[in-house]
Write a protein that binds this ligand. Structure first.
Ligand code: ATP
Ligand code: MG
Length: 601
């Protein structure tokens, strides 16, 4: 081997492929469902250790570090201050906020050798609020925003899609503290704006949407959604307006303004074997929009002292139009369902409806005593006339059903369905359309949700204690890597946006191991690129061109320069962008200027 021409101290050795670590596979494991998961495994970016738990291999870690750096720069620029909170946190703090019991099985609870309870942080509201109540004692210490970029653990019900829904993952979480709601609003806005800059710098196509607040709580939030077919979230947006909300939250307006007078008589109709609204509508030759779907929920019976069995559950009948679907997040906000519900069991359904599922409806329910069923109708259903619903008897439906005439008015009317494409936009401007997204960031306006139970106060000018107003702001660092690939890949591999690519440029010499001219030219160009501050890697492995190009296309480095003996004889090299259909030939002497121009573009 020849002595390297470059001084190791001047240029990191890892910029050469032979000294870095490249480990690509022809095939991805069969259980990888989405492109980003498959490609990140195949390209050797990640390695699975256990469900939802991955090692970031050297190539993958470079992407993660670049993502972190952009986030760090923009957080610092927005006035947030970095600290680092522990991964393992004492349960006492979580009991103070109430989340130790409220947070479901996603929260990993562990015991130490003294049998003391701890949690592995899924976020850090409790710890930061504890810090704030000790450190931010006066109005003079406000406003303040602390953040860290740290490992999180959530024992997700269904870890999948590689790093996009992991159990162990990296999150940037920031927490703002302000003296009042107006100041907190300013902090919220500042984070919102920083997030817009962060995702724009990363070259992602995203949409900011109004969102539900979930397990974090609080009363207002926005999600930053990377648009992708494979996204787990559905986003409703105004085609004619800038309305955008997660479907979990998006308001469904009633599709019927006013209930019209009945035109049909109530009739019990045989619908043998037709147990779905689709089948019933087709069988009766009616539009699906004339049918009503029944969903039965149970609110767990309360165990009373001395009683051998818990009291029977409260049964709820939820009604949505046949072409609509139940929005479980909305249902969970209804008084009476708020503290928890489940779908009723077959036995519970038989007891309350006298029928098996498939033919259920709101007419002639077993009334009185414990069997009383609460009927909750979606806004549209409440305005329907002459509709079709189950007859609470296998093989039969009612047609021509009318509220008030054939059955009592619903006990409750509320928005409990998912919006669908074509619905009126809640802002009154035009229609909604639906697209899918991957949530990469989330900003929450928390108010005093944590400061009140944890008594986090500061002293105002008059020496009076006041509750701190809080916000919290998360970014899924590792999820971003997956989301970027979902948005940027082709049949050959990943196509990294320049800002977060593992390397910006790869120099691919053909015959590095045998042609001195090629080796010298490649080394010189590589040195030039590095000296110009360009994150370039030199493939000095001496691979055949086909295998070498396939590797880098899979890895997704956005710019490639190829040097060959034949080309160099004519003073030429080749350049190809990862999205370009063909290579461009250019004078070897122009390589640096040309690549610089491409990087700036
Ligand atoms: P989701 O609805 O996807 O479960 P969430 O609402 O639980 O997300 P937050 O608590 O707001 O998420 O967390 C902040 C950010 O952390 C999210 O916007 C997302 O980018 C990231 N994140 C959350 N859960 C995971 C996970 N299991 N794997 C990777 N990243 C995650
Ligand atoms: Mg979650």
């Amino acid at each position: 081997m020849r002595a390297p021409r470059l001084k190791g101290a001047q240029f990191p050795a890892t910029m050469k492929a032979s000294q870095f670590f490249i480990s690509t596979l022809k095939e991805a494991p069969a259980d990888a469902e989405v492109a980003s998961h498959r490609l990140m495994l195949r390209a050797g970016f990640i390695k699975r250790l256990s469900a939802g738990i991955y090692t970031y291999m050297p190539m993958g870690l470079r992407v993660i570090r670049k993502i972190e750096n952009i986030v760090r720069e923009e957080m610092n620029a927005a006035g947030a201050v970095e600290l680092l909170m522990p991964v393992v946190q004492p349960a006492e703090l979580w009991q103070e906020s109430g989340r130790f019991s409220r947070y479901g099985p996603e929260l990993m609870r562990v015991k130490d050798r003294h049998q003391r309870d701890f949690v592995i942080q899924p976020t850090s509201e409790e710890v930061i609020t504890d810090i704030a109540r000790q450190e931010l004692r006066s109005y003079r210490a406000l406003p303040r925003n602390f953040y860290h970029i740290q490992t999180k653990f959530r024992d997700e019900r269904r870890p999948r899609f590689g790093v996009m829904r992991g159990r162990e993952f990296t999150m940037k979480d920031a927490y703002s503290f302000d003296r009042d709601a107006a100041a907190a609003e300013t902090s919220y806005r500042r984070m919102y704006d920083a997030y817009v800059r962060i995702f724009a710098r990363m070259g992602l196509v995203f949409r900011v949407v109004a969102a539900d607040t979930g397990a974090i709580g609080g009363d207002r939030s926005h999600e930053f959604q990377v648009i992708a077919e494979t996204g787990e979230d559905a986003i409703a947006y105004g085609v004619e307006s800038d309305y955008a909300a997660n479907v979990e939250l998006a308001e469904a307006l009633p599709l019927i303004d006013r209930r019209v007078a009945p035109a049909e008589d109530l009739a019990k109709t045989a619908t043998p074997g037709k147990s779905t609204c689709e089948d019933v509508a087709a069988f009766l030759g009616l539009p699906l929009e004339r049918t009503v779907k029944s969903l039965v929920l149970a609110v767990a019976g309360v165990e009373t002292e001395g009683a051998s069995a818990p009291a029977p559950a409260d049964i709820w009948l939820l009604l949505v139009r046949g072409d609509h679907s139940l929005n479980e997040v909305k249902a969970s906000k209804i008084e009476g369902l708020r503290d928890g519900w489940r779908f009723a069991t077959a036995a519970e359904i038989r007891a309350s409806f006298g029928s098996d599922p498939g033919y259920l409806g709101p007419i002639g329910l077993v009334q009185g005593g414990d069997a009383k069923v609460r009927v909750l109708a979606d806004r549209t259903v409440a305005a329907m006339s002459d509709f079709v619903c189950g007859a609470n008897e296998a093989g039969f439906h009612f047609t021509g059903v009318n509220w008030g005439r054939d059955l009592p008015e619903p006990d409750l009317v509320a928005d409990i369905r998912n919006v669908v494409s074509g619905d009126p936009s809640p802002d009154g401007k035009g229609r909604l359309a639906i697209q899918r997204g991957i949530e990469v960031g989330h900003v929450f306006f928390l108010g005093t949700k944590y400061s009140a139970p944890m008594k986090a106060t500061y002293l105002d000018e008059k020496g009076q204690p006041q509750l701190l107003e809080m916000g919290c702001y998360g970014i899924g660092i590792t999820r971003i890597a997956g989301a970027a690939v979902e948005q940027n890949h082709d049949e050959r591999g990943m196509i990294w946006p320049a800002a977060i690519a593992p390397f910006s440029v790869v120099v691919c010499p053909i015959g590095y191991d045998r042609a001195v001219a090629v080796r010298d030219a490649a080394d010189a160009l590589h040195a030039q690129l590095l000296a110009a501050g360009i994150d370039a890697i030199l493939d000095d492995r001496g691979e055949r061109p086909g295998a070498m190009f396939a590797d880098w296309e899979l890895i997704g480095v956005p710019h490639r320069v190829v040097l060959s003996e034949r080309g160099l004889k004519q003073g030429e090299i080749e350049y190809q962008g990862r999205r370009d259909a063909a290579a461009a030939v250019l004078p070897a002497a122009d390589a640096l200027t040309f690549v610089r121009g491409k990087l700036a573009a």
